[in-house]
Design a protein. Structure first.
Length: 215
């Protein structure tokens, strides 16, 4: 099964939140390849709270919408906090309206009438949340790019880290990241993602000639 980041969304099960859930689900799946669920996302075969606990346990990230200070949302966030899961807090209200116990955390205040402003903040939060996982991969990809340039005589420029991270996260939908020690498989995976213009036919030709040499 492909390696894919899993994100659990804690929010009230109310009609007015359904559109917002679908919006962030589609946005994060399309742009980052994350698998997004909330407590009612699948058919219930076990007690609801057991199901939600299992979802939280396997999550890489929790998104908590604390708008309205919903008791169920805070229960779910309490579980996530107790087991050390990273939490991204959202609210429609001013952050100072949040309960005192969580006011110390950073919030993304959202208004879907200003969706571009919201997605910029969401992008930054997602990249920060997953940054450590991909930083080592970026460093290794850059090393491979330098070798590729040296061996082929090209001067390919690297993507910035944020763009590289987004492309890799989408790429994980179709397959996991190869082991760092397998240079051939890793180069096949990361070079197209770190090279800033991988659509250049000359670059693609050299890539196809160079990567088998790593076997």
């Amino acid at each position: 099964m492909p390696s894919q980041g899993y994100c659990f969304v804690a929010m009230p099960f109310k009609p007015e939140f359904n559109f917002f859930f679908l919006y962030i689900k589609q946005y994060l799946e399309r742009n980052y390849g994350l698998h997004i669920e909330r407590g009612d996302s699948s058919v219930l075969t076990i007690p609801l709270m057991d199901k939600i606990r299992d979802q939280i346990l396997r999550s890489d990230l929790i998104i908590g919408d604390v708008t309205g200070s919903n008791a169920n949302v805070f229960y779910e966030l309490g579980i996530a906090h107790a087991i050390g899961k990273p939490i991204l807090f959202l609210t429609q209200k001013p952050p100072e309206d949040a309960p005192v116990d969580i006011r110390q955390y950073e919030f993304i205040q959202y208004d879907l009438g200003k969706h571009e402003e919201f997605t910029l903040k969401l992008d930054n939060a997602i990249r920060n949340a997953f940054g450590k996982k991909y930083k080592g991969l970026y460093d290794k990809a850059y090393e491979l790019l330098l070798r590729f340039n040296k061996d082929t005589g090209l001067n390919c420029q690297q993507r910035d880290f944020e763009s590289f991270q987004s492309v890799v996260m989408r790429g994980e939908q179709t397959g996991g990241i190869p082991p760092i020690e397998d240079e051939y498989m890793l180069a096949e995976f990361v070079l197209p993602k770190i090279i800033n213009d991988f659509t250049d036919p000359i670059v693609i030709k050299k890539y196809n000639e160079w990567t088998p040499l790593l076997l």
